[in-house]
Design a protein around this ligand. Structure first.
Ligand SMILES: [Zn+2]
Length: 304
């Protein structure tokens, strides 16, 4: 049995919202077992929005949640950091509709979690273990989950751009691999789209400090953090969006050219297809069957 976990103490930071450009204070607060991950908007009457597919809002460029007309936007990088670090229960307070974009990756959130420390809670964690494949596709965009003993993600992207024509990567997601290989990968955008977003009042807080910007032939930033930083960031997004099922998933996620809209549609479909998974208290089956031929009667008698 794995124990549920929360943070050891409260921790806060300040950043800006990618779309509003406004300053945001984010606080992560310890919570009891089975509380889950919930957002609270302290600027409008402490309304709470649980981080589950039941509260998905319209998807534009990032993943948003809403409940009773109270919304929180751009939740995916924080959710990826929390779930990869095994934080099952936490209250996320915001004084603005947007989770701060920080540097466009999940690394600053990992830093916060590590600074706060982790505490085990006296309750079993439940995993959602995939036992039959689940898949959806929309045109050439595809996403699927297959049975596996571990949580793995295979992602592939292809764009008509010299720097990222085709990238593909498979990562078994553990706290260590996420911190090393995925969390530092930043979000990316195309220069030609930035102007359009600005005209629509979006990405007002966007800059080379919080996104990789792709021009016609290369990036406007100084350097990439990984040669394939783009596909690594897509894995980060998928881990964050999949967190909306409400349980850590045990299975192999395979995605091609997907995005937030397909990730979150898929998260909702997983919960609908209840015959394709079961809830278990350990990631790998720990029941070891007796070798064939050995009957219980042959087992050594235990001393009293
Ligand atoms: Zn992202």
């Amino acid at each position: 049995m794995d124990a549920q976990r929360t943070l050891r103490r409260q921790i806060s930071c300040v950043g800006i919202g990618l779309h509003s450009g406004n300053k945001v204070t984010l606080s992560l607060k310890p919570a009891a077992a089975d509380f889950g991950i919930r957002f609270r908007r302290t600027d409008i009457g402490d309304h709470e929005v649980p981080a589950t597919v039941h509260h998905l809002a319209g998807i534009q460029l990032a993943t948003g949640l809403s409940r009773n007309e109270v919304s929180v936007e751009t939740v995916e990088h924080l959710l990826a950091a929390l779930t990869a670090a095994g934080i099952d229960n936490v209250l996320v307070e915001l004084n603005s509709p947007e989770v701060p974009i920080m540097d466009g990756s999940a690394a600053p959130f990992i830093y916060l979690i590590q600074e706060a420390g982790v505490r085990r809670l006296p309750a079993a964690r439940k995993y959602l273990k995939i036992v039959r494949p689940i898949a959806i596709s929309r045109g050439d965009k595809r996403i699927a989950l297959y049975p596996s003993d571990h949580f793995k993600v295979t992602y592939s992207i292809s764009f008509d751009h010299p720097l990222l024509r085709h990238q593909s990567r498979t990562v078994r997601i553990t706290e260590e691999s996420f911190i090393e290989d995925i969390a530092p990968a930043r979000t990316f955008t195309f220069l030609k789209d930035v102007e359009l977003m600005r005209q629509n009042g979006l990405a007002l807080g966007g800059s080379l400090e919080n996104a990789i910007v792709l021009g016609e032939t290369g990036i406007l930033n100084n350097a990439l953090r990984f040669e394939d930083e783009f596909v690594r960031h897509k894995i980060l997004d998928a881990v964050g969006d999949l967190a909306l099922v409400g349980y850590p998933v045990i299975g192999h996620l395979v995605a091609h050219r997907a995005g937030h809209a397909l990730h979150t549609e898929f998260a909702a479909k997983i919960l609908e297809e209840a015959h394709s998974w079961r809830l278990v208290e350990a990631p790998v089956d720990t029941m070891v069957p007796l070798p064939i031929g050995i009957k219980e009667a042959a087992a050594p008698r235990l001393a009293n």
